[in-house]
Design a protein around this ligand. Structure first.
Ligand code: PXL
Length: 255
């Protein structure tokens, strides 16, 4: 069944909506996309952001859902509290099950959000979310807990977990991910030294949505999404394509 990404446009293709659609496709899922903001950026810097008008975002969502039965999706860069609120209203209206990637800054350090984004996410969108996928920085902002080690990350995860299930992704936690869905689980990973991480948060959240859409339980979905993302970081396009063909072969075997 079709997936939906509600996110920003990164012309480099490495992050944002292009990345989400590529991830859905690699996992053999059809993706639709609603654009919240255009960005002018490359892997090194963000130079401009042009948010889409609220009514136009609402109209994009309405028209897709008028035609397609969609259950799962993800949100990426939402940029402003107003966009968060409008998207949350649509998520509620259409009963969408969303993986929320609380995008705040680009990998280059450029700002991708306005003031009060965090407050709006906590108030409007996270209470409706199936899962949120912050990195350490985003988890700090959402929880108000300064994260220096795994103990701090546990505290932050339980705090965010009061609103919705959460996985704090591990680039900075020795490669481990920390899942909280009622109780804490450390999902062991390896720390990858790579310059290839632009957009890896987008890939991970899109892959979580894709695996949930295949009816995998949450913990399995996030583990498989983590493996998918790490292969992408390690082997770039070749890693992603290898997984695409593996996915196709598995489907053929089942037929
Ligand atoms: O990876 C976060 C992200 C999300 N969305 C857009 C981006 C980026 C990072 O650059 O450009 C549009």
């Amino acid at each position: 069944m079709t997936l939906l990404s509600i996110a920003g446009f990164d012309p480099s293709g490495g992050a944002g909506i292009l990345n989400d659609i590529k991830t859905f496709h690699a996992l053999n899922e059809y993706g639709t996309a609603v654009i919240t903001a255009l960005t002018s950026q490359n892997v090194k810097r963000v130079e401009g952001i042009n948010p889409v008008a609220i009514e136009f975002i609402q109209s994009q969502i309405d028209l897709i859902l008028d035609e397609e039965k969609i259950v799962y999706g993800k949100t990426g860069m939402l940029y402003s509290p107003e966009i968060v609120k409008a998207v949350a209203e649509k998520v509620d209206e259409y009963r969408l099950k969303m993986v929320v990637d609380p995008v705040m800054i680009a990998g280059s350090g450029g700002l991708l959000s306005k003031n009060n984004l965090v407050k709006a996410l906590k108030e409007h969108l996270l209470p409706l979310a199936t899962l949120t996928t912050p990195n350490i920085y985003e988890a700090q902002e959402l929880s108000g807990v300064k994260i220096r080690d795994e103990e701090d990350a546990r505290k932050a995860a339980s705090k965010i977990g009061e609103i919705c299930d959460v996985i704090i992704t591990g680039g900075h936690l020795k490669g481990n991910d920390l899942l909280y869905n009622g109780s804490i689980k450390i999902l062991k990973g390896e720390l990858l030294e790579s310059g290839n991480t632009h957009g890896s948060g987008c890939t991970f959240s899109a892959a979580c949505a894709a695996y949930l859409n295949k009816d995998l339980p949450l913990e399995k979905a996030v583990i498989k999404a983590g493996i998918f993302t790490k292969k992408g970081i390690k082997y770039g396009l070749k890693g992603t394509l290898d997984q695409f063909w593996e996915c196709k072969r598995n489907i053929k075997k089942k037929m």
